[in-house]
Design a protein around this ligand. Sequence first.
Ligand SMILES: *Cc1c(COP(=O)(O)O)cnc(C)c1O
Length: 496
Amino acid sequence: MKYFSTRGDNENLTSSNAIIKGLATDGGLFVPSYIPAIDLNFIESLVDLSYRERAKKILPLFLTDFTKEEIDFCVDNAYTEEKFDDNAICPIKKLNDETYILELWHGPTSAFKDMALQILPHFIKTSLKKQNSKEKLLILVATSGDTGKAALEGFKNVEDIFIQVFYPTDGVSNIQKLQMITQEGENVSVIGILGNFDDAQQGLKKIFNDEPFKNELKKENITLSSANSINWGRLLPQIIYYFSAYTDLLKTKEIKLGEKISFNVPTGNFGNILAGYYAKKLGLPINKLYCSSNSNNVLTEFINTGIYNRNRDFHKTISPSMDILISSNLERLLYHLTEDTTLVKSYMETLNKKGKYKINDEILTLLKETFKASSASDMETKETIKEVFEKFSYLMDTHTAVAYNVNKKLSKDKEKVVILSTASPYKFTNSVLDALDIDCIDASDFVMLEKLHEISQLDIPKGLKNLDGKNKIYNTICKKDDIINEVKKNIEEKSI
Ligand SMILES: *Cc1c(COP(=O)(O)O)cnc(C)c1O
């Protein structure tokens, strides 16, 4: 299997090359040259396997240049019982006969980003080794809160790889910020930017496309790469849990082999839900993919009208990891719907120039066959957290609650839907307590963690409980136009 750019550059890379490179030379994203087909026997064969064993059967479909031993090594070092606090890795909980919650936040940073970012460093390390490369990698990350920490945890102290994270100073929760600025590891750097996630992401994209700068770095043997979901190695591991959720439901006889179910995904950069689309293309019996947004509802409008328009107010919401107006991975979906790189390229150029584009009716019809979208306000999100807790004694975080709320708006009666739960409620303690009408203005984050524990009886995740005593190491804040200077400074300081 080869990988090429959504914008037409036919680089024909192997998966290991595409993973090291991150973004294609023409600014497009790497897509696989074909999508293999699996059948129901394949799905049935996963039923009695562990998450790790399931991963080992799915990843080779796309990593065709990796040996079995290499894939086994990556999987066995990523999804360990030491790093995940649930042996199932991502357990599925039943709320009622049609609603299931897939908990994707049992990894070290309590957000679903761990599902991919625990394995991505192993993919990259293995890929470098395969190429006999002497390169040093500098991974640049833009984060809306969760990717940053998950990437730092995944890459910390990995030899010959350095990581620098940019987060919106005022755009993440307290806990998220603390998680990042207390990060240990010799090879890491964390910087706040005066701007939002889109500014950070655009700033980094500019650097990735800055050929003179990259050539300068080449002379020093430094290659830039990305751990955002624009990297294929980040997207791919997310396909596994769609299969795993389906087979878990088969195993507990909630569904029959071949029965179609839907998934509802709280969406920001469109990475998570796109992995669901790949699962469907592979042959997993999926009916609909529900795309849930907060009041930054650019995707809701797009899926309903075919018009993508980022020219709108940016809202800071209580589900900050979804405060995004430019959903990068949509580009991959457009490619798979049209298989027309010239057209995709023209849409992306129009987006760059005018901040909006409109897809033609034919593509919109195709899109709507699988995707449906709606959004939830902060008020609705809070009401949902309370309602679900009172009704099912199940406590969800703000992002998951957006999806639950949208699910009530969109799903059909008796339709079986798996809602992807993307963060532990402890990560957004403040908003969750507020939703439960518990007053804790002025309380410290750690008092709030305890309070939430009292109410929910859920264990406080290890990584959050011990934040209190950690040193705040990273206090740099920069303007959004200064990102490149911070990158240069980092290269010097760390003698990369
Ligand atoms: C990143 C994130 C999302 C959005 O996921 P995408 O893949 O960017 O669409 C949703 N919820 C949480 C908690 C996240 O961290």
